[in-house]
Design a binder for this molecule. Sequence first.
Ligand SMILES: [Zn+2]
Ligand SMILES: [Zn+2]
Length: 331
Amino acid sequence: MALRADMDALPVEEKTGLPFASKVKATWEGRTVPVMHACGHDTHVAMLLGAATVLAGMKQDIQGTVVFLFQPAEEGPPAGEEGGAKLMIRDGALDNPKVDAVFGVHIGPGDPHELNYRPEGFYASSDRITITVKGRQTHGARPWAGIDMASVAADIIQATNQIAARQVDVGVSPSVLTIATINMGFRQNIIPEDLKMEGTMRTFSKERRADLIARMQKSVTAIGDRYGAKAEVAFTQPYPVTYNDPALSKWVKGTLEKASPGKVDDNAALVTGAEDFSMYAEKVPGVFIQLGGRKPDVPAETVPVNHSPYFDVDEAVFETGVKAHAFMALD
Ligand SMILES: [Zn+2]
Ligand SMILES: [Zn+2]
């Protein structure tokens, strides 16, 4: 069986004020950016190393082999590169020894020491959305002589939000379409020729994913046509739904109860976040579990969540994470 910890960070400037707050900078897609463990993957490494230390000291009690998966690039490799679970699997992370089951733990702002998960679909599937528009440059004083890219951008964003909110049945299955970056232009009086926008799509079923891709393509192309521009949308780096094996989910509850008595919830809410743990769980039965790490003095209503520059956890919960890993291996 395998236990997985991801270990990458994010282009976020840490503002926690902790004495060990990150001051690291790195290059991300051509830009110098601050780097922070804003998703808590550093804590995942700490907890899995803890479990490895414990388990290495009791090899005689282990019936089988435990594989420790330390995985980079869970948040996604740079555009055009490969990485993460996909590359780990291709490089043989689940072979030799052959892995029969895989478990992962992710820390978050939930109640301290709570372990929660749900059987079947748990985390959403994720697609990276890239919208590119080619227009016609013109003077800002003469928009009619070219194509007004800001209007194209605005229309595409409105249409995108409208698709998710008004065109698909939110009662059958939730989905999210987000445009998060808009890049165009350099000067206040020049309407540029190019527009690039990026975003993310989250769905919980293959049918909904295909439906939204078709609707987005139709909508973006039509808006471009209306302005005389060439607009295209691409969906890349898909992460599948994180699917918790139903039988294994049932089995693991008792084991988790030993790690955090009275604080195990096997009916957690759906998570619109995505995880490339899903790729291991497509190959072998798996269960992905969340660990609550909120500091006791921080109210649940205002706690900074994963990816926030203020993300921080109570290190006391590491013990629960180590126990969860170790008991899952032993059982
Ligand atoms: Zn993350
Ligand atoms: Zn994460």
